[in-house]
Design a protein around this ligand. Structure first.
Ligand SMILES: *Cc1c(COP(=O)(O)O)cnc(C)c1O
Length: 354
């Protein structure tokens, strides 16, 4: 196994940072000076390197391009009020990465390689962490099969990499959401609980259809009855109904177990909400809306943190919300951000010092 000391580091001669304005920088477009690259060959991880960010030289027969053994993670690093770098709950992403790897018949990445590689990379590029409000450094670990052979079988070779991208606020405006009844994201027994690359490609058609009629995203429903809600685009979803916060449970393997979702559950409980993880039907949501007790609907995810949903449409039934009057989602976002930027006590040990 590769120990931390075995990560070979080659630094850039000149940082690109001086040419880039980190304020309001768009999501995922700019990358830092360095990246991490590790190979899995002959049953073991080798050649662990942190080196200048650069293109890869890949064979056209690269297995991942044909059969999609590819997974990823999304994590964020922040600067606290003293300017010290911290990463939000990276161990949770590490565990989820290996859950995704197992489902896709890919090798497990050792904890030390994932965590120590990420830590050293962020340490090296820490000047790229923006200090403006709602800004952060997005960390993208990923792995893909790298056999140069087009046969449908698990690859013998893989690459594990980490790249870093400074980012401003992700979704700023409250969203209009279309409840999807034709296309599906995930089925029981499928790969919905894995952060597998193909899940995102498979979702794009439905999202594009919803965009054509003026919606920002879809709310996915279950594959059998199109009745139970799952996730909103690539975010977990919460409904505040009366004094209860409800989010779909993870039981059937169709929901990605979001780290932000888990953090929101913890904070909502502390705020005095009764939190329920259970299956929730669109009929229950409409009933709550008609009864005037559907107060707030929002998505959670690393990229956007908390995204307010100002309209939810199911068939011809439109639920509109006056998001300016909302208390809960904005407070949740405020608390999460305050913890991340070191302005509020981190009572749960969520912040990992770089
Ligand atoms: C990444 C992701 C989420 C959010 O997970 P976080 O750990 O909170 O970022 C939710 N749903 C899907 C489908 C995702 O890919």
């Amino acid at each position: 196994m590769i120990a931390a000391a075995d990560i070979n580091i080659t630094k850039v001669e000149h940082s690109k940072l001086k040419d880039i304005n980190l304020e309001n920088i768009p999501f995922g477009k700019y990358f830092t000076d360095h990246m991490m690259e590790v190979d899995f060959e002959g049953g073991e991880w080798k050649n662990a390197e942190i080196k200048p960010y650069q293109p890869l030289l890949l064979a056209p027969s690269l297995a991942a391009l044909h059969y999609g053994q590819a997974i990823f993670e999304g994590i964020k690093a922040y600067k606290n009020t003293e300017g010290e770098p911290y990463i939000f709950r990276p161990h949770d992403n590490f565990r989820r990465f290996n859950i995704s790897a197992e489902r896709m018949q890919m090798p497990q990445v050792p904890e030390e390689l994932f965590m120590e590689g990420m830590r050293q990379l962020v340490e090296l590029d820490k000047n790229w962490i923006p200090s403006q409000e709602d800004h952060s450094l997005y960390i993208r670990p990923f792995m893909f099969s790298s056999d140069e052979m087009i046969g449908v079988r698990p690859s013998e070779n893989y690459k594990f990499m980490i790249i870093l991208s400074p980012t401003g606020p992700y979704y700023s405006a409250p969203m209009r959401i279309y409840v999807e009844e034709k296309y599906v994201r995930a089925v029981p027994g499928g790969v919905g609980y894995a952060k597998a690359a193909g899940n995102y490609g498979a979702a794009m058609y439905a999202t594009a259809e919803a965009k054509k009629i003026g919606y920002d995203q879809v709310l996915w429903t279950d594959a059998f009855e199109h009745k139970y809600v799952q996730e909103c685009g690539t975010m977990n979803v919460f409904f505040i109904i009366g004094n209860t916060a409800i989010t779909p449970d993870l039981g059937s393997g169709t929901i990605l177990a979001g780290v932000t979702r888990e953090s929101a559950i913890t904070l909502l409980k502390e705020m005095g909400f009764n939190v329920e993880e259970k299956s929730l039907s669109i009929d229950d949501i409409i009933d709550a809306h008609k009864a005037g007790i559907l107060y707030e609907v929002f998505g959670t995810g690393t990229a956007a943190t908390i995204s307010l949903i100002r309209e939810l449409r199911y068939k011809d039934y439109v639920m509109s919300f006056d998001v300016d009057k909302w208390q809960t989602a904005p407070e949740l976002k405020r608390q999460l951000n305050a913890i991340r930027y070191g302005q509020m006590a981190d009572n749960h040990g969520w912040m990992y010092k770089v």
